[in-house]
Ligand binder design. Structure first.
Ligand code: ATP
Length: 279
């Protein structure tokens, strides 16, 4: 049984007294070393959830507990040690003049001794494949390289949760896949909980569990397979379904039997192949 790391208990949030509720009575849990995707139409409240998770915002109603600690103005520094966030635009995240300085920044703020810092910088940059860029100025890196450094900077403070808020949105499909591969490796090695906020269906399919937001409410939470089985309902709330899920549906309608709902190309091909060979 995995430990509970994040708990949202009936959380409601609005950006100001006169503003509408952006989150309404949201409850969900995230466990240790679990990979979660949060999806939902534009403005459904996904980024607000991320900001509430590391104390950039506080709920007006309900409570948020991170690793047993309630998120309050007093506890935010403790909470921020546990939750690392990477956003969409890497250029807004750099503080150092070199890659090395940038990864060091969060650790310096926490008073980590120099020898540990040097070791940690090397370890984290190696984990994301950026060990050869120590002295490079961040603005000289490609979009994907910048996001790798941003991830290394966050990992350097040894968080328990890594939140990627549309972190691959500015990359091309190849760059996105490469980053997600790195993130999955890092997640396994460091036993992190991973929360991916994304519109990219490939990233959603990689998650163990998907939380679907609709108009500020948790609309559903289930495995990607169970979520994407609700094709028509998802479309009604403005969400796409992976092409492979549509294709496997059409194949079933055309009388081609398949054992399960495939969510990626390789699995679909494998299913077709095994079904066909057994005929
Ligand atoms: N600083 C702010 N002040 C006032 N309203 C805000 C602010 N930030 C976001 N909102 C509003 O809160 C709602 C939820 O926004 P949020 O960014 O959490 O949604 P999202 O699901 O992440 O959207 P997207 O997919 O477009 O990034 C939206 O209606 C948005 O306009």
């Amino acid at each position: 049984m995995r430990n509970k790391l994040i708990e949202f208990k009936n959380v409601s949030f609005k950006y100001g007294e006169e503003q509408p509720w952006v989150l309404k009575n949201c409850s969900f849990e995230v466990y240790e070393n679990e990979a979660i995707a949060i999806i939902g139409h534009n403005g459904s409240g996904k980024s607000t959830i991320a900001k509430l998770m590391n104390g950039l915002l506080f709920p007006q109603e309900g409570e948020i507990v991170i690793n047993g600690q309630r998120v309050t103005e007093e506890s935010i520094w403790e909470v921020r040690k546990e939750v690392g966030m990477v956003f969409q635009n890497p250029d807004n995240q750099f503080v150092g003049t070199t890659v090395q300085d940038d990864v060091a920044f969060g650790m310096e703020n926490r008073g980590i001794p120099r020898e540990i810092m040097i070791n940690q910088i090397d370890k984290m940059l190696t984990a994301v494949g950026m060990q050869d860029y120590l002295m490079t100025e961040p603005h000289k890196l490609s979009g994907g390289q910048k996001q790798r450094v941003a991830i290394a900077s966050v990992l350097a403070i040894s968080p328990k949760v890594l939140i990627l808020d549309e972190a691959t949105a500015m990359l091309d499909p190849k760059g996105r896949k490469e980053i997600m591969k790195t993130v999955t490796e890092v997640q396994e090695e460091h036993q992190l909980s991973l929360i991916t906020i994304t519109h990219d269906l490939y990233e959603v399919v990689q998650a163990e569990r998907v939380i679907v937001m609709n108009k500020g409410e948790v609309w559903d939470e289930a495995t990607p397979r169970d979520i994407f089985a609700k094709k028509e309902e998802l479309r009604k709330i403005g969400l796409d379904v992976p092409f492979v899920a549509i294709l496997s549906d059409e194949l079933k309608k055309a009388g081609i039997e398949m054992k399960r709902e495939a969510l990626n190309q390789e699995k679909l091909l494998e299913d077709l192949w095994t079904s066909h060979s057994e005929m």
